[in-house]
Design a protein around this ligand. Sequence first.
Ligand code: SF4
Ligand code: SF4
Length: 145
Amino acid sequence: MNFQVATMLSDILKSLFKRPITENYPYERRSTPDRLRGQLAWNPEKCTGCNLCSKDCPSNAIEVITIDRKAKRFVMEYHADRCTYCAQCVQNCRFDCLSLSHEHWELAALSKQPFNMYYGKAEDVQTHRKKLAESKMPKPDPVTA
Ligand code: SF4
Ligand code: SF4
């Protein structure tokens, strides 16, 4: 038996009596680090709808849609799949409305749809999505005389 085979057998024997260092994911999950930059969180109470965040976003990942400025009704559209978690929007919002949550970090999915997120009151999100769908509908051909 040469030296390499002997070393290999010794390693195998040792590993039989050691606890595995791999984690049984997804059944066992570690808590997220406090400083993790995860999914964007938005506080609509403080938002003014200025859209500075979306203008400054290098990834075109956010947009704040005004439903009713006087009543402070806004919807935020957030594309987590475009977000680079750079926190530029968080730093630039003068009203301290944005933060990168360390709670939501498992953002994998099989399709793009779950990454397109809408924040705001349910009826406002519905209004915005309805308008969005209407704007994407093909326009009828103009009737020519
Ligand atoms: S920069 Fe802040 S206040 Fe302005 S739209 Fe974005 S979240 Fe709202
Ligand atoms: S964290 Fe960066 S990429 Fe993500 S929405 Fe904010 S500015 Fe855009």
